[in-house]
Design a protein around this ligand. Structure first.
Ligand code: FMN
Length: 246
């Protein structure tokens, strides 16, 4: 196994940071790694907003559902689905921006964000930093859009806190290989593996929380998915120009 694969398998979401800053040259290398990500039709339908202002970070920590690590992290970046640049050119060319009426536009932009995010995460971790993804940027999208002055065709998809880890978080186990991989046809018989994983996560979380969290994986995930978590996403996407009609 290469050191790089070993590093990927050692990923942990880090929410506790020392006071150490992220070096400017490291941040630049992390961002450049994201910029080099592949993107659909090379459209690069994403961009980054680096939040440097401490007051803004504190506001964002609240708007993301009360996540204090956003304010504490020396760097907080927001990965945006971003069609701003191409929409401007299309207007100049006199083309209608039909793509933005489709749900596919949201998938394309979100996938691009995910790949760029992953590049940045791997780069940050390779430089010794810890990161945590922040989907909470979609909790109050209207307020975040206003706070960051995001124009039409730009939408906050995922945040990333970067800092130097305080303490030593253990790696969170994943579903077994057999539950994640099908060959030739989809494997619908993953129940036994899910059952085993439920026990693994119960043990892991119990140890990590000194017995406070005893829930299995499926209980924890189901308790989230029994409701709609981000109720403001659909309308705010529409307001940003993603009409989701086609
Ligand atoms: C798209 C996405 C959104 C996430 N949003 C949050 C978030 O808002 N706050 C948070 O503390 N962790 C968030 N996480 C981190 C997950 O909880 C974490 O990745 C998962 O529990 C697995 O743990 P690990 O990353 O330590 O392996 C998010 C992760 C992803 C991939």
């Amino acid at each position: 196994m290469t050191d790089f694969i070993q590093m990927i398998k050692n990923h942990r979401s880090i929410r506790n940071y020392t006071d150490e800053q992220v070096k400017e040259k490291d941040l630049q290398a992390i961002i450049e790694s994201a910029i080099h990500a592949p993107s659909s039709i090379n459209g690069q339908q994403w961009s980054l907003l680096v939040v440097k202002d401490q007051v803004k970070k504190e506001q964002l920590a609240q708007l993301c559902g009360g996540q204090p690590w956003i304010a504490k992290a020396p760097v907080f970046m927001i990965f945006l689905m971003d069609y701003y640049k191409i929409a401007k050119k299309m207007e100049e060319y006199g083309y209608p921006f039909e793509h933005s009426t489709s749900i596919e536009s949201i998938m394309v932009g979100s996938v691009d964000v995910g790949i760029a995010f992953s590049n940045a995460m791997n780069a940050a971790e390779s430089l010794g930093y810890g990161i945590v993804p922040i989907g909470g940027v979609r909790n109050e999208p209207n307020e975040i859009i206003a706070l960051l002055e995001l124009p039409k065709y730009v939408y906050p998809v995922l945040g990333m806190c970067i800092g130097v880890e305080e303490g030593k978080q253990e790696v969170k186990p994943r579903l077994p290989y057999e539950a994640m991989v099908s060959v030739d046809v989809y494997n619908q018989n993953s129940d036994l593996y899910v059952k085993a994983y439920d026990e693994t996560i119960k043990e892991y979380m119990s140890k990590r929380t000194n017995g406070k969290n005893q829930r299995s994986w499926s209980e924890a995930v189901a308790s989230v998915y029994k409701a709609v978590s981000s109720t403001k996403v659909r309308d705010s996407l529409k307001e940003q120009g993603f009409t989701n009609e086609k």
